[in-house]
Design a protein around this ligand. Structure first.
Ligand SMILES: *Cc1c(COP(=O)(O)O)cnc(C)c1O
Length: 470
């Protein structure tokens, strides 16, 4: 066989440069300032002003991009980034994601990439097993937990309206029976955006009272449901409050909601991973009885961005809400295509990284990842609670720790900023029960006990200086 000349003969050099830049980044991650200050104007200037009239060599383009971006990159994939809920990327997942880019598969249809579709199917079965969800549930590979909430709540809306004799796909919401939506008072904001996208209205959602950890109070849910009468109803529960890490009492929430024929959706973006660890599994007792679940792979499974999973028990409802058809599509009607389960039509093969993460960790590795992070969170709580003036605000049941300095908003905000400016670690600000707090989230595979001790020492030192007015 003769070799066809490549339309571009620089791949070897280009990929060598990618390897060089990538390796420098990955190997430097533990030692970089975690969140260096960035000047957006400087960045924009380095990236080059108005659209160039002429093109440039790919290697030069790559080098320009890296030189401009690197000084301002956030080491959120590193071992001491404890802000938001961000977990970095496992080596196998990073490698598989690179292959997704190199192969450039369109994962929308089985026919447009059989390996992309089958990795998603295999990974889905593994995930359902690991998270103790119904084995025949359908899994859509979406961009994140927010989109997954949207997909699941679309299925919920359509299904509860179908039971009331209304076909929302065909007839829309105008003139439809009212759908009552009950949400925990401490829900994640993407639940509200999903309700907005779905025409259900943020303000129409009924907030159900929560306790001091942010957990839904079942008696409050019962009374909210009884005032909803028999009409279509949806309850949105939380597995893992984004501030406290707390779980709604899921078994009771599910049975209470199901008695009222409501659909139960569980927002478990990071918290559902508790199911994969024997030591935290009790937190999600009863979650498998719900109707849909949102969970992120890019948080605690440590795949690269972006990947969230929309899981729906009622396959027909999931398909009805998301399916896409077209005379030019090659489709097997018996098995859904990946595009039948998410809003996107064409998209990247994000299942490759999920498959690789699960394959590289195995059941024991995922359990260990979750447990190690929880142990780190407990260590943070222990070390910080011992510091003069610092208070841990939540029961540390999972990966989240909230602290406050001297019971003072100004000092607490100043401490968060001082920690970030110091450069060793990143922690994020939040507001809890009306007061400023600092949120520490531990979901990264690469964080060690030493990283936690080092970070706690920095927080302790800065807390001391701030209290002395330093
Ligand atoms: C992060 C998060 C979301 C949103 O997920 P994205 O992946 O950022 O879209 C939703 N709910 C909870 C509880 C979260 O922690």
């Amino acid at each position: 066989m003769t070799r066809t000349p490549m339309p571009y003969d620089g791949y070897a050099h280009l990929l060598d440069r990618v390897r060089e830049h990538g390796l420098r980044w990955l190997e430097g991650l533990p030692d970089r300032p975690v969140h260096p200050p960035a000047d957006l104007d400087v960045l924009a200037e380095a990236l080059g002003g108005p659209l160039p009239e002429t093109g440039a060599d790919p290697v030069q383009v790559l080098d320009t991009l890296v030189a401009a971006a690197e000084p301002a990159l956030v080491a959120s994939a590193g071992p001491r980034f404890f802000g938001y809920v961000i977990g970095g990327s496992l080596p196998a997942a990073t490698a598989a994601d690179l292959m997704a880019v190199l192969w450039d598969q369109n994962a929308g249809l089985v026919d447009s990439s059989p390996p992309a579709a089958v990795t998603e199917r295999v990974a889905s079965a593994w995930l359902l097993d690991l998270l103790r969800l119904p084995v025949d549930a359908t899994v859509g590979f979406a961009t994140g937990g927010g989109t997954a909430n949207y997909v699941c709540l679309a299925a919920a809306r359509d299904a509860v309206l179908a039971r009331a004799g209304w076909d929302v796909a065909a007839d829309g919401l105008q003139g439809a029976p009212t759908v009552r939506v009950m949400v925990g008072a401490d829900r994640h904001s993407t639940v509200d955006t999903a309700l907005r996208y779905l025409g259900l209205g943020e303000r129409r959602a009924v907030p159900v009272d929560t306790d001091d950890q942010g957990r839904m109070l079942v008696p409050a849910l019962t009374s909210a449901l009884s005032s909803a009468q028999d009409g279509p109803a949806v309850v949105v529960a939380a597995a893992g409050n984004v501030n406290s890490g707390a779980f709604d009492p899921l078994a009771d929430v599910v049975s209470t909601a199901h008695q009222a024929a409501a659909w139960v959706h569980v927002d478990g973006a990071f918290g559902l991973w508790a199911a994969a660890n024997p030591a935290t599994r009790h937190l999600v007792d009863g979650a498998g009885g719900a109707d849909s679940w949102a969970v992120d792979a890019h948080k605690w499974l440590n795949t690269p961005y972006d990947c969230g999973l929309a899981v729906v028990a009622d396959r027909a409802a999931h398909l009805r809400a998301m399916t896409a058809a077209g005379s030019y599509l090659i489709k097997d009607v018996a098995t859904p295509d990946p595009l039948d389960l998410v809003p996107e039509f064409s998209r990247r093969a994000r299942g490759l990284a999920v498959w690789a993460a699960l394959r590289s960790l195995g059941r024991a590795g995922v359990a260990d990842l979750v447990e190690r992070c929880c142990a780190h969170a407990r260590l943070f709580a222990e070390l910080l609670d011992a510091v003069d003036g610092l208070t841990v605000l939540n029961q540390v049941v999972l990966d989240q720790v909230m602290i406050r300095l001297a019971d003072d908003d100004v000092l607490t905000r100043a401490l968060q900023q001082a920690v970030v400016a110091e450069g060793t670690a990143f922690v994020s600000p939040t507001v809890w029960r009306g007061s400023a707090a600092i949120r520490i989230s531990v979901v990264g595979w690469s964080t060690s006990r030493e990283d936690v001790e080092r970070t706690a020492a920095v927080i302790a030192r800065l807390a001391g200086e701030l209290q002395q007015g330093g």
